[in-house]
Design a binder for this molecule. Structure first.
Ligand code: HCA
Ligand code: CU
Length: 378
């Protein structure tokens, strides 16, 4: 089967903007510095920061982060207004991400502007930022519930201004990969600016949508550590990396993959939450193999059931043994690992015993080892 084609792309991590909008997040300056440095060390190309207009501390924090001299380019994210832009251009970031709600719902209930008014205001703000020689990006917020003709008009108008990026945002997590692909592919034909995709995960499509955007020619993907953001969040960094690595490890070879799990742990701790047990790469069971059929094959060739090599992420696989679905091969391997040899007949008997015991309740690795040792001693 031919693999998908992905060309050059950049990650815009927005843990420090969208992520701060997660109900559980309240980052101190110290937290923000740790996150920014961690992301920089991981290698994301851009870090997006909360608007300096959000609060006095938010403004001070940007100044601090701008002085860290990170490799990643810094962005801040503001409403498309002169008021916000005047403050944002003074913060020392490299670029400014603008957004304006363009869906019928947001135009009506959020700001009440017509499409003409949106374009007019955007032009003024963009010219102002460009005069300050900063990168500008413009997003039609709630892109996928906006009228396609309005989108065409706005993006075209923005593109003639020479923006570095235009943003496509699935603000409410409603889009499907096919819709994302089609829209990005169309825009790719009609605008010169690079396309950024920002996708929420309300219906579980955030990674697939981001990937579809890349397949259609988007150049920038927004992510956050643990996927944190408004409601249930956006495309999670580790999940996006997993998706890209599984397509072709070379796509993510430039990132420091071993930092994904520590970054997830760090942010989970800051939020006072656990990493979900089934989270991409860093989740407790992400590399656990259980059923006999699986463990037998994995012990011979991990690729049978792994598209991600845990070692590349600084992690290890686990073979679960003490349960009713266990198999002889997993038990044999464990016995060997603790220096015990059994013949075939014994192994069948031990396996049957463990299955019978585990029918009551799963056995811990220690209990399994004890059974093996006692058997050997007998
Ligand atoms: C927001 C909305 C936003 C913006 C995304 C973007 C969204 O909280 O400001 O500017 O690309 O999901 O639309 O996060
Ligand atoms: Cu968002």
């Amino acid at each position: 089967m031919p693999g998908p084609h992905i060309s050059k792309f950049y990650l815009i991590d927005t843990t420090l903007r969208e992520g701060e909008q997660c109900a559980r997040a309240h980052f101190s300056l110290k937290n923000k510095i740790q996150i920014a440095k961690g992301l920089d060390e991981f290698g994301v190309e851009y870090i997006e920061l909360t608007s300096p207009c959000a609060s006095p501390q938010s403004r001070e924090d940007i100044d601090h982060i701008a002085r860290l001299d990170l490799r990643a380019r810094l962005l801040t994210h503001i409403r498309c207004s002169m008021e916000d832009a005047r403050i944002a251009v003074e913060t020392g970031v490299h670029g400014i991400n603008l957004l304006f709600g363009t869906s019928h719902l947001l135009r009506r209930h959020s700001h009440g502007r017509s499409i003409e008014e949106i374009i007019e205001q955007a032009i003024e703000v963009i010219h102002f930022i460009q005069e300050k020689r900063l990168e500008v990006r413009f997003t039609c917020e709630d892109t996928f519930r906006s009228d396609i003709n309005d989108l065409r008009r706005i993006y075209h108008a923005m593109d003639t201004l020479g923006l570095i990026r235009i943003g496509v945002a699935d603000t409410v997590g409603i889009a499907t990969p096919r819709q994302v692909y089609d829209l990005v592919a169309e825009l790719r034909q009609s605008v010169r600016a690079g396309i950024e995709f920002h996708g929420h995960n309300d219906t579980g499509c955030a990674i697939a949508n981001a990937f579809a955007a890349l397949e259609a020619g988007a150049r920038y993907i927004d992510t956050s550590i643990l996927g944190i953001g408004e409601r249930n969040g956006i495309t999670p960094l580790a999940g996006m990396i997993a998706r890209l690595y599984a397509t072709e490890p070379a796509l993510v070879a430039r990132y420091n993959l071993k930092m994904l799990a520590p970054l997830a742990r760090m942010v989970a701790q800051m939020l006072g939450v656990e990493i979900p047990f089934n989270y991409y790469i860093a989740g407790e069971t992400a590399f656990s193999h259980k059923a006999g059929l699986h463990t037998k094959a994995v012990l011979q060739e991990p690729k049978c059931y792994e598209v991600l090599n845990p070692e590349d992420f600084g992690l290890q696989r686990t073979i679960e043994i003490g349960h009713r679905l266990t198999g002889r091969h997993a038990i044999t391997a464990r016995a060997r690992a603790i220096g015990l040899q059994f013949d075939e007949r014994e192994l069948f008997a031990i396996t049957a015993t463990i299955k019978r015991l585990a029918d009551e309740a799963p056995l811990s690795p220690r209990q399994v080892d004890r059974i093996l040792r006692n058997w050997f001693a007998d």
